[in-house]
Design a protein around this ligand. Structure first.
Ligand code: HXC
Length: 258
């Protein structure tokens, strides 16, 4: 299917989604978010996709939700349509690993979209921020919630209250991103990282994703018990037998996602 706001490629078991509204610094409008949801639905049943990368351009991952599109909306318009936020539920339900490869601006909904992915690799030009307060509103896709869990209350509060941007070094220091790489290497690095994930058992990768995400939703005790059950359940998979046999036989495993 052809998309107007995204460039989508599948190669080497990686699904690459490039946000593509250069005229608006990849601002997230409803069309883009619906197209993104549509791609993810197709990726979830596509055996050729074992890991996903979401990226933008060198200048902007995404400069926020589309201000022009939402400026005339009323409460009921936003509420009834679950405007912007509705399609992101598909991303949150997506079970294969997703990497955000962020260069340039990741602001407002752009920062929130990156945080909805499983981890963020940033270029040294990346700038993160929740500047919605400058528009008389606030983050609506996780800016006050996920950012607080990533960087702690003090920094999240400051960023949401002042709208200031965080550069890549600060984002790495405070745990928002997993790594910072030179801008010219961002996509290659993200692809190499995705390739590493894609060669694992997809069953194990999906289990890891589910368990790490569970740590955000529950107590440590419940999370550890959940992890234990999932760990035990992986002993029903062929990939567990194969992975451990391959280690013993000093060969590379041949995972079959079974
Ligand atoms: C619509 C946007 C946009 C946005 C940029 N553009 N951000 N359009 N929505 N969020 C458009 C500009 O209007 C302009 O179009 C073109 O992109 C280039 O932007 P410039 O401002 O000329 O670029 P520059 O001077 O380099 O400044 C870059 C910038 C600035 C600092 C990123 O564009 C900016 O502050 N953007 C808004 C950031 C923001 O407030 N984001 C939060 C949005 S609210 P024209 O046609 O004029 O050339 C949000 C809510 C999330 O995200 C919650 C949802 C549920």
């Amino acid at each position: 299917m052809a998309y107007e706001t995204l460039i989508v490629e599948v190669a080497d078991h990686i699904g690459l989604i490039r946000l593509n509204r250069p005229e608006a610094l990849n601002a997230l409008n409803m069309q883009l978010l619906e197209e993104l949801a549509d791609v993810l639905v197709s990726f979830s049943t596509n055996d050729k996709v074992r890991c996903v990368i979401i990226t933008g351009s060198e200048k902007a991952f995404a400069a926020g939700a589309d201000i022009k599109e939402m400026s005339e909306k009323s409460f009921t318009d936003m509420f009834e349509a679950d405007y912007f936020t509705g399609p992101t539920e598909t991303l949150l339900r997506f079970r294969k690993p997703i990497i955000a490869a962020v260069s340039g601006y990741a602001l407002g909904g752009g920062c929130e979209l990156a945080m909805m992915c499983d981890f963020i690799i940033a270029s040294d030009t990346a700038k993160f921020g929740q500047p919605e307060i400058n528009l008389g509103v606030m983050g609506g896709m996780g800016g006050t919630q996920r950012l607080t869990r990533f960087v702690g209350k003090s920094k999240a509060m400051e960023m949401n209250l002042t709208g200031r941007f965080m550069d890549a070094a600060e984002a790495e220091r405070s745990g928002l991103v997993s790594r910072v790489v030179p801008a010219k290497d961002l996509l290659d690095d993200a692809k190499a990282t995705a390739a590493k994930i894609a060669e694992k058992s997809l069953i194990a990768a999906m289990a890891v994703k589910e368990a790490v995400n569970r740590s955000y939703e529950t107590t440590l005790r419940e999370g550890v018990l959940f992890e234990r059950r999932v760990f035990h359940s992986l002993f029903s998979s062929e990939d567990q037998a194969e992975g451990m046999a391959a280690f013993t036989e000093k060969r590379a495993p041949q995972f079959r996602d079974r």
